[in-house]
Design a protein around this ligand. Structure first.
Ligand code: FES
Ligand SMILES: [Fe+2]
Length: 379
């Protein structure tokens, strides 16, 4: 984030704090509970959003060298990611073209060819069919060129591997997808970070509830009273939308000190956390010396797979720093678990039918904006 943007955003919050006002939208809103429960709606969200828009599937370091591969189940879609000899990242369906077996059962490794465990049809890591046992007798006239692995649109951008599962799209352009946010995402230099540790959990709550949990500071004082609440100001945060992506500024309790300092000394990282919510599935929580990647994969209306990864600068991945980063990862898990437990409770409450609608206050405007983006995407 450039210096003048940092100052503008901090100044706005310093003034709000001085006038004892939260950051307010024009009005508060009510939304229908069905949006978190309906299978019909979830099917549309899955088609138009989760399988219809670009998403991050891996960090570039998950494919560390030519020949590296990684498999994953991305919301029900079995994927094979590879890095070719020339360094290019590619994505395929991890599905054999003979009779549909799972082609690569291993989670990761280094291989230049993939041989199906059923009858040994074999592809190279660019997806080209290179061997078929008993081909001449069993499959006379088989056109190998039309039996490459089914590809998924893939681009490596800003240190991340992105895919687009949409059947209609025929190219992928992440810089364009991120629009005005692309510069700040690139400036995070994710490519110069490594995954220190990752924790994956399946949470019985709708994916939108888990995104919403990060978009307001109204709950900090109450829900995080035993963890991070003292580090932050009560009910103060701002947000800016870039297309469907959101940047949230979460000021820490040191923010008021800035009034005593010349603006030229103000630095966002010292006085606020920034949360980038990339629509739909990834959030980056930027802290002073590292960031957390929160990836949500919607599994059903009431279930989401969440992966929390502590991303640290590559040069800080030293033996002396291991304990420090491990403590950070642990604190992130404990704090976010407080949010996830609340989301689970909300989902149970929604399923009880007690409420017909939920209320987003004027200082929870980012939640209303996010839900409007979801509606727009499935319209
Ligand atoms: S199903 Fe893969 S080779 Fe037969
Ligand atoms: Fe929270």
């Amino acid at each position: 984030m450039d210096k003048s943007t940092q100052i503008t955003l901090l100044d706005e919050l310093v003034n709000l704090h001085a006038s004892k006002s939260p950051y307010l939208d024009e009005r508060w809103e009510q939304i229908d509970c069905e949006r978190y429960l309906s299978q019909e709606r979830f099917t549309r969200e899955q088609a138009r959003i989760h399988r219809g828009l670009p998403q991050i599937v891996a960090h570039s370091s998950d494919l560390p060298e030519p020949g590296a591969f990684k498999t994953l189940n991305f919301g029900g879609v079995p994927l094979l990611l590879t890095r070719g000899e020339e360094g290019q990242a590619r994505a395929f369906y991890n599905v054999c073209r003979h009779r549909g077996a799972e082609l690569v059962p291993e989670e990761s490794g280094c291989k230049h060819r993939f041989s199906c465990p059923y009858h040994a049809w074999t592809w190279d890591n660019a997806g080209k069919l290179i061997a078929v046992p008993h081909e001449k007798t069993g499959f006379p006239g088989l056109d190998r060129s039309t039996h490459g692995l089914h590809t998924v649109l893939c681009e490596e951008y800003a240190g991340w591997v992105w895919i687009d599962l949409s059947r209609e799209a025929n190219n992928i352009d992440i810089a364009r997808y991120l629009g005005e946010m692309s510069g700040e995402i690139a400036a995070m230099s994710a490519g110069e970070h490594v995954v220190f540790d990752s924790t994956t959990m399946d949470i019985p709550a709708n994916w939108k509830l888990l995104v919403e949990g990060g978009l307001e500071a109204y709950h900090f004082r109450v829900a995080h009273r035993n963890t991070i609440a003292p580090l932050f100001l009560d009910n103060l945060s701002s947000y800016q939308c870039f297309g469907r992506h959101t940047r949230s500024i979460l000021p820490r309790s040191t923010l008021p000190e800035l009034r005593e300092q010349p603006q030229s000394n103000w630095r966002m990282g010292e006085h606020a956390n920034v949360l980038y919510s990339l629509f739909p599935g990834s959030q980056f929580l930027v802290q002073e010396d590292h960031f957390v990647w929160i990836q949500g994969i919607a599994l059903s209306p009431g279930k989401t797979r969440l992966k929390l990864s502590t991303m640290i600068p590559t040069k800080e991945n030293t033996p002396e720093r291991q304990a420090y980063w491990a403590r950070n990862h642990e604190l992130t898990l404990i704090t976010l678990k407080e949010d996830f437990d609340l989301a689970e409770g909300i989902q149970r409450g929604l399923e009880s039918g007690a409420n017909t609608h939920l209320n987003f206050g004027r200082f929870e405007g980012a939640l209303a904006a996010f839900n409007a983006f979801v509606d727009d995407a499935i319209a």
